[in-house]
Design a protein. Structure first.
Length: 273
């Protein structure tokens, strides 16, 4: 009897130990289905380009090897991926991960992700982005019904407000990094006031980019396909997945923005020496 009980408890312990690893493997699978590695790679490339513009605009192009080393450390791909993974791990239950996989393993789910990633990569090209923004403005001005399902998708996922909030938070973190690095002398209230002055401009820019991107991505889909995606987004799993993705990416951008601000300050001090 004791041997049988010991075997039972040993099995129970093995199951408890295996559960986190199994759950993490499912999160990894979901990340693969969502092609998040490709998205992070695109964001990293955009970030490296942005860092180059910061060097030119704020350091007069004199950042040099010190700046480049800081930028390489900041845009560490493994760390960026881990922060996105952490958002999913903390924001989704194992059951929600399975339900999300069920949708994104479907033919429609796979097609949607493929289209989203392709559009995201295409929007890196300034000419493509400008054309996509122009398409959105034209459709909006003409009250084109093709925007209706896109509007519902944006509303279901709170995409506009979440992206605006994320951009403003990143700007605030950048200010904090520069200030704490000693390059500017601003109070927290002054930083907040400056960021809030940018709110409408950020909102307008974000709206144009977001709708242009979604129109480009979903143009090959039937209206019914988009409505099915909207329906998934409105489920508890869809809402949790959306929140988890935003949590991961926002944490990543907060970290990067603060680090970039610090790096600008340190590089400015370094060039002064």
């Amino acid at each position: 009897m004791r041997a049988r009980a010991a075997a039972f408890w040993a099995l129970a312990m093995l199951m408890l130990l295996a559960a986190p690893a199994w759950a993490d493997a499912r999160v990894t699978l979901l990340m693969e289905r969502l092609h998040l590695a490709e998205i992070v790679d695109i964001m990293r490339d955009e970030g490296l380009d942005y860092a180059q513009s910061l060097d030119e605009d704020m350091l007069a192009g004199q950042g040099g090897a010190f700046w480049n080393a800081q930028v390489t450390r900041i845009y560490d791909r493994a760390r960026m991926m881990e922060m996105v993974r952490e958002g999913l791990r903390n924001g989704l239950s194992p059951q929600q991960v399975d339900r999300a996989l069920l949708f994104f393993d479907s033919d429609l789910g796979r097609r949607i992700v493929t289209l989203e990633v392709a559009a995201r990569a295409a929007m890196v090209d300034e000419a493509v982005e400008e054309a996509a923004r122009g398409t959105y403005l034209r459709l909006r001005n003409e009250h084109d019904p093709r925007l209706d399902p896109i509007d519902r998708f944006v509303a279901a996922n709170d995409l506009l407000d979440r992206n605006v909030t994320g951009a403003m938070t990143s700007n605030m973190q950048f200010y904090r990094g520069i200030a704490e690095g000693g390059a500017i002398d601003m109070t927290e209230q002054e930083m907040l006031a400056d960021v809030w002055e940018q709110e409408q401009a950020i909102r307008d820019d974000t709206e144009g980019w977001l709708y242009g991107y979604l129109l480009l991505a979903y143009e090959p889909l039937e209206t019914g396909d988009i409505e099915e995606y909207v329906a998934f987004s409105q489920t508890a799993t869809g809402r949790a997945l959306n929140a988890a993705l935003f949590a991961g990416f926002e944490a990543m951008y907060r970290d990067i923005s603060y680090a970039l601000g610090r790096a600008v300050a340190l590089s400015a001090h370094s060039s002064d020496l």
